[in-house]
Design a protein around this ligand. Structure first.
Ligand code: PBG
Length: 325
């Protein structure tokens, strides 16, 4: 044999020398759940190790992450049912829980990068990402609400706004609202290819945001489709997105790779709640090694071409020193 690929695997030094992709703390974005109250920290049952924090405890959590070198956070609010309505009105009202949280994090830790989620579902009495009328999700009417929400986030100090709603035209609409109000520097991370997935279940538990009726298939993408993601990506790029995101992660690595190969924008991937729950459950049962299965998963996103990885594993990876072994 002239060619023996095993020679490049024969020692740790050579294996490291030929390693094609690396995972760094800078690649990670940590999603955090927020609730009303003081000194609250309640675990999400289907996501062991993940909590909903009141703002005071959120600040403690952000500080401990920053000390570990984890610098980017994506915030999600758990809103009391009594505050929800058909138009998600509370979502852009001054001093609501979410806006107070953004302000508190940026005031105390200006160096933290705060990503905010734009979508109606946590605030909607229908649990949908758009206005529901006779069982249909209205697109253009929803844009107005998303614009108000995004503007409120920018005014509160958001660094990156991430629309997760999948309405048509929302990137261009939000970009215009931000620019007209002087927020030309606020970035947009578009949930470009967001699939109608079963893997969001634990997240909806965390926020109590599941749809009250129907499903999200008329706006989130069909898991059977891949070329359709190119249409979404083309539109987002033209409308001014700064990042293209694929969500969920592991079941859609082909989509990550395809967007990476076809667009020059940075690619983000959301390693969602259900993916986290699967690995945690297996690790807790002793069926999988937590460190190795987690690192292999995160590395697969880098290999497929993502530079930004939204993952509930972000803190444990750093706290356990898994990046440096
Ligand atoms: C909703 C939203 C969802 C997630 C992020 N933003 C759920 C959904 O679309 O129902 C899921 C994230 C996760 O599962 O970790 N706009």
């Amino acid at each position: 044999m002239m060619i023996r690929p095993r020679r490049n695997r024969k020692s740790a030094v050579i294996r490291d020398m030929v390693q094609e992709t690396q995972l760094q703390a800078a690649n990670l974005i940590f999603p955090l759940f927020i609730i009303e109250g003081n000194n609250q920290k309640t675990e999400v049952k289907s996501m062991p190790g993940i909590y909903r924090y009141s703002i005071d405890n959120l600040l403690r959590e952000v500080e401990s992450c920053l000390n570990l070198g984890l610098k980017a956070f994506d915030l999600f609010p758990n809103i009391e049912d009594s505050l929800k309505d058909k138009y998600a009105t509370i979502s852009y009202q001054k001093d609501n829980l979410y806006l107070r949280a953004i302000e508190a994090v940026k005031k105390n830790f200006p160096e933290a990068c705060v990503v905010t989620d734009v979508a109606m579902d946590p605030y909607s009495s229908d649990g949908h990402d758009g206005i529901v009328e006779n069982g249909e999700i209205l697109n253009d009417e929803t844009l107005e609400i998303l614009g108000k929400m995004a503007l409120a986030h920018a005014e509160s100090g958001a660094d990156i706004i991430a629309p997760s709603d999948m309405m048509d035209g929302r990137i261009g609409y939000i970009r215009q609202v931000l620019d007209q109000n002087g927020f030309t520097n606020v970035s947009l991370m578009s949930y470009t290819a967001k699939y109608a997935s079963a893997f969001y279940g634990p997240f909806r538990d965390a926020l109590n945001s599941a749809p009250k009726s129907g499903d999200k298939k008329s706006y989130q993408m069909n898991p059977a489709n891949v070329r359709e993601a190119l249409i979404e990506a083309q539109l987002d790029a033209e409308e001014g997105a700064d990042f293209l995101m694929v969500k969920p992660g592991l079941p859609y690595l082909d989509v990550v790779k395809m967007l990476h190969d076809n667009f020059d924008l940075p690619i983000a991937v959301y390693n969602v709640s259900g993916e986290y729950a699967m690995l945690k459950a297996a690790a807790q049962n002793g069926w999988l090694d937590a460190e190795r299965s987690t690192m292999e998963t995160l590395l697969s996103f880098r290999r497929a071409g993502a530079t930004a990885i939204l993952t509930y594993h972000a803190k444990e990876v750093l706290a356990n020193g898994w990046l440096t072994r």
